[in-house]
Design a protein around this ligand. Structure first.
Ligand code: FES
Length: 247
């Protein structure tokens, strides 16, 4: 007897556009089907959503907790009405960026990721050029780790998105980077706060390519800027730049 597979679907609306998606689709995925871009920092497609950066905040009409939630973790529901750029959403994202900058080195012009940094892009988009949390702004307390021959790590530019840690586990089957310490001293680092050259790091570069800011930067990236490069087809799965830099 012929059996028919029934796929449950959900119909909802995002920014007044109706869409029908398979059950289990997140709002972030549904929005991307409609070519609506929602800003993300901790999200990486192949990883389970972390929901930690809150940059993908959206507003759900009649939703719980005042209707604000994160698009990367929220699943589409029948009849859901979502707004991705309402005044409350934009205020919330500005607040997130303001908080991130309160704990972030602001040396963008000399940073190797200048022009290729998601945090920098969003700060420009949302008009944030410095933090308003000036009273509590703490002095730098983490040293830069330049011990790896291929990349440098500056904890003062880390936003704790954990993308580095997760790709290390998922793509490389290692668990080199994790969260160390607590409170203001919290930082991502190889186990027990060791330097990278003292760890089990294989220098595969996955963490560097996953980092959305200038925290993990390849050493040769410091000798050129993003706008001096062009993308080319390459067999290298990691670098994304290829070997033909426009220098
Ligand atoms: Fe959704 Fe970070 S991208 S919480």
């Amino acid at each position: 007897m012929e059996t028919k597979l029934k796929t449950a679907t959900i119909t909802m609306s995002i920014d007044s556009q109706q869409i029908t998606v398979p059950k289990g689709t997140t709002v972030l995925e549904a929005a991307s089907m409609l070519n609506i871009e929602i800003p993300t920092l901790c999200y990486l497609k192949e990883l389970a959503p972390d929901g930690s950066c809150r940059m993908c905040t959206i507003e759900v009409e009649g939703g719980r907790k005042g209707g604000l939630t994160t698009a990367c973790t929220a699943h589409c529901q029948e009849g859901m009405v979502v707004y991705t750029g309402s005044p409350r959403v934009n205020d919330s994202r500005r607040f997130v960026l303001d908080l991130l900058l309160s704990n972030h080195k602001l040396d963008c012009f000399s940073c190797g990721k200048n022009g290729d940094c998601k945090l920098q892009d969003y700060c420009l988009d949302y008009g944030i050029d410095d933090t308003s949390f000036t009273d509590g702004k703490r002095m730098p307390c983490h040293q830069e780790d330049t011990s790896n021959p291929f990349f440098d790590y500056d904890p003062e530019k880390c936003i704790m998105c954990r993308r580095c840690s997760k790709v290390c586990q998922l793509r490389q089957g290692r668990d080199v980077i994790s969260i160390a310490k607590r409170g203001f001293d919290t930082k991502m680092s190889p186990s027990y706060g060791a330097a990278f050259d003292q760890s089990l790091c294989e220098s595969c570069g996955n963490c560097v390519s996953a980092c959305p800011t200038g925290a993990l930067v390849s050493k040769d990236h410091k000798t050129y800027r993003e706008w001096e490069t062009k993308k080319i087809p390459t067999t290298c799965p990691h670098c994304g730049t290829g070997c033909q830099m426009n220098l």
